[in-house]
Design a protein around this ligand. Sequence first.
Ligand SMILES: [Ca+2]
Ligand SMILES: [Ca+2]
Length: 631
Amino acid sequence: MVQIFPSSSDIEAEATKAAAGFYTETVTPEQYPDYEFLFTRAIEFRQETIYFIIVDRFYDGDSANNEGPNPELYDPTRQKWGKYWGGDLQGIIDKLDYLKSMGITAIWISPLFEQVESLQFDNAAMHGYWTKDFKRINPRFLPKGEENSLFKSTAFDRLISGLHQRGMKLILDIVCNHSSPDVNGEKGKLYDDGVLIADYYNDVNNWYYHNPEIKDWEDEHQLLCYEMSGLATFNESNIDYRNYIKTAIKQWLDRGVDALRVDTVKHMPIWFWQEFMSDIQTHKPSVFVFGEWGFSNPQDGSSTKFANESGMSILDFGLCDAIRKALAEGLPGGFNLIQDIFNLDYLYNTATELITFIDNHDMPRFQNLNADSDILRLAIAMIMTCRGIPCIYYGTEQYLYNNTNGGHDPYNRPMMEGWNSDTQIYTDVQLLSKLRRLNPAVSLGSQVEKYITDDVYCYLRRYRDSRCFVAINKGEPITIDVENTELEDGEYNCIITKRHFEVKNGKIFGLQLGNKEIIILSYIGERVKGKTIVRAQINGIQTQPGETLVVTGDCLELGNWDITKAYALEYINNNTWFGEIPFDKSAGKAIAYKYAILRKNQPPLRENIINRRWILAHQGTVKWHDTWASQ
Ligand SMILES: [Ca+2]
Ligand SMILES: [Ca+2]
């Protein structure tokens, strides 16, 4: 006889035991597991300046490794653009001082994973997107003869320590969607630190989809489950695959990687990324992640949805496209094309964390569209000062480009040649990277247009009492009046040209702008200081002018529920309020809080929610990403 339900006497016995504390262990505070790390999520990346390196094309620091396992894949003449040319990890290590001195604080390097060692037609996997083993390093990037298991590479350790000693960060480029295409009759042969675990042509454990190429790019099923360029495409429903890829990435993070750039996020379902992000951030809460949603644009709801729901930021293709059209191609509309993109920032929950760029390894370089280095300079100064985290493609500061076939792939990946630290862009980035670190208006603040025509653009970055005013003229010399700059009255020197300006009654009269000139005026106010600083962000509430969003809570720093002592946040845009809240007395303690809106001539409007709860770290920076709980 099978007993399905416990008998009433069993239930009574259980109840008696529970009442007697039978199931309650006495735990002293010292024995509590330390879960505080889970409440210190998300590193602050917004003050960084990123530099994107194609490892093979940056610098050959060790010629002994150039022939690699298969010499056929190496082209010493550097004429065959699909083959390896010799760049390696030692080359990056050798140039860290060059990058540091330019003001670069984080480098994104093309994938380091071990690649298929064969040619497909005349092409090798120098780009790093045909992975054979996610737990091994491409031997072409390591000293000859060094074991290439992730756990054994000393060159990788030297790269990490070289970066960290200089206060710089490493962003690892990862691909979860696919492994390798058919090369020499093999496809998708995948290894787990040298042990074969999957093979597209003998896929006994269903690690891959076996679908044709994507034909209809509007069909979501095709986007997610079909192939691109014949690449063996992973079946993410297979838990063994997911465990493999997540374990591999965690091992790289354990070795010192600070952030991740994720390839082709569009081609995997959102639930996969949500699971990936929560597992990765539980493993290493400080990791910053951004994805490549190809041709993302605020007008494309699927890309903003991904940016808001996946747990990672994205590359801002929409802004890139607008800057190229306005500045490089000089299309009608000019700066208005760029402002049109900023006007839609409210569609993103965190527009200030979008990765901004003007070109990359998948499109012609900016100078292929317009060789004028002064225009390039304006574009770089713009991404260094507008909202988002700037990413500079390697060589831009040396005016590196090749015009073969219009600079389309692979001609957008030339070998880095010059290392001149006196170029105008090199020295601009030096100054502007410092500005990003020192002035929170640039890294965290709102962005407001102050003057715009097709050729002239002025905008203000604003956070608390910090300000950064930018004026750019891409056309003929002109003199303009800018009303309501929101700058404090007084004298300012442009941080680039050193020109002198006066702000009176909030206005700059007679602002003379030369041809292709940029002016940047900065005022750095008081920084928020505290043992623990919470960077609180709330989305999903549209306030009216004159209203203020505050955080009220059960601790001194939040006013002990006295709404008149609540902590005020800063307006960023129609979807976002943000602020840094310092905690001293309550650092290390559990608190409860909620958001409220202070309104004119009306009682405050509090969120309709019992409480939000948080365990404050003892020290450091913490992020809250909350959504307004409506009535
Ligand atoms: Ca080499
Ligand atoms: Ca896929």
